[in-house]
Ligand binder design. Sequence first.
Ligand code: ADP
Length: 625
Amino acid sequence: MSRAGLRFWSAVLAIAVFLVDVLTPLEGAVAVLYVVTILLAAKTNRRDDTIVAATGCVVLTIIAYLLSHDLESIASPALRLLVSLAAIGITTLLALQNHAATKRLAAQARLLNLSHDMIFVRDRGGVITFWNKTAEQAFGWSADEALGQLADRLLQTTYPDRRETIEAGLLQTGRWEGRVQQRTKDGAVLIVDARWALQHDRRGKPVGVLETHTDVTERVAAHSALVQSEQRYRRMFDASRIGVVEEDWSEVRAALQSLDTADANVRDYLVQHPDFVRHVRRLAGITDVNPALQAIAGANGAAIFTENVDRLLGENDRNFLGALVAFAEGEPFYEGETELVRLDGRKVPVLFTITFPSGPDGDRNVLTFVIDVTERKQAQDALLAAQAELAHAARVATLGELSASIAHEVNQPLAAIVTSGEAGLRWLRRDKPDLKEVAATIVHIVAQGRRASEVVARIRTFLKKAPAQRDSLDVAEIIQEAALLVARELANDDVVLTVETEPGLKPIRGDRIQLQQVLVNLLVNAGQAMSDQPGSRTVTLRASAVDPERLAIAVQDSGPGIRPDDMPRLFDPFFTTKRGGMGMGLAICRTTVEAHGGQLSAESTPGAGATFRLTLPYDQENTRP
Ligand code: ADP
């Protein structure tokens, strides 16, 4: 019943008793029933309610007495009045005492509510009789829901041992502690450290158990994450194919801090004090060495590695110095290349990285990663050997190219010499030899012979990559000379050569003979391409300006043209479609033109002739009009 209800019924009862007292002839004895009114009011647990009820009852009793009796006849009714008042008084006193005791208990229970732990009390049968605030919050069950329930069933507790064994231990020692698993109202699992204490009654009989539980779910999760992370690290450490050594550099740090290097910088100090560096090197203590590094070092076990570390590292003070400077300057890592001397004496080239982790425990966890690069080194050596061989082969190939080029380029003047010689002989063998013509052919033979030796000289310097002649040249002159050189050959093949030179072309810079050779090659190729062709055979040599920087020379024939399939390989050395051809002409032409800062290209419509087009830059130094 609510507080207001209790007050209401208490007042109703008081009035009822008053009415019965006044209206019936029971003579005051009924006033004893006011006791019930006071007990009802006391149930509200409010001290004031008890006092108000008691005062009300006393007043009502006296009023009823005065209404029912006049002042003369007081003897026996007054006695009854006094008894009634005494009953009311005693009841009130007891009610007030009870109230004080209840208040004290409630204050103690509130203290339990302040605890961060989940606290509840269960009786010997396991039924919950007290349930604090933290238990409400942690388990999700309100006190109303939890009270009267079986604790084990409500929380679905899982114990680390058999329940009976735990209970027996509790009865024996009065206490039990352990880690249990319980479920909240939502079904979530809590890991809980439980502490139980047995309560006894006055005669020493166990009456209940006070259970104090601390939620350690998060602590346990954090711990198990730590354990897992450590296990993962262990697995990596043990199974890695990269060598790893763990070192503690905290003493190294202390040694560096003890230095008085306020003025000088640490790097300079360390460079100038090799003894100190050697001393510090011994302070870096090895904590662990993984199997991969043991294998690299040929050490059977971490201890053997640690014992022989000086032997393994050899005199690598320079590397340690570098690492020490990096460490002192707060760098996160230091890496380099060195050689480990295996325990069997063999040297192993390795790459290494020393990491200096930050954080409070960083200095204790300096990790060095080591990779054996023996195979890579071997592969590198093999590569170098292959490169040397290739360079040699290239030299041999150049030699071949040289002889091929000489043979090719000299062929043309030789052919011209033979043609001129035969013509001279014919003039001589006439009935009346024409000595003027003979002399002309001999002059021609001499000129071609000179030319052949010049060509050989130029090709040799060209292939030696010696600087070519760099003269300022008139393009029209070069074209004229080249046309003259091949005129006889072209005439023999019935080829008509037309030369068109744009007047006023600016000079170019280069090697006269080399450029002549380019044009001679292109003209001879054009003539050869048309040699089997019936009908007209024409070659046009055209020189014109392209832009303010360059001029172009085109050699256009009316031959069969170039097959599209051959186009991509046309300028490759040794590409030829001619029987007895060498395939060097166009390759040499392109190299020559490019050496002069120009370009050589070919275009062709099969069946409608080929055009070779070369561009050359003007002479920048001497721009004669
Ligand atoms: P070679 O004359 O010894 O074959 P070149 O390098 O001078 O070597 O020429 C390579 C090839 O290019 C020739 O075999 C020929 O097939 C093709 N070629 C060159 N000039 C012409 C041309 N004017 N018309 C058609 N084909 C040509």
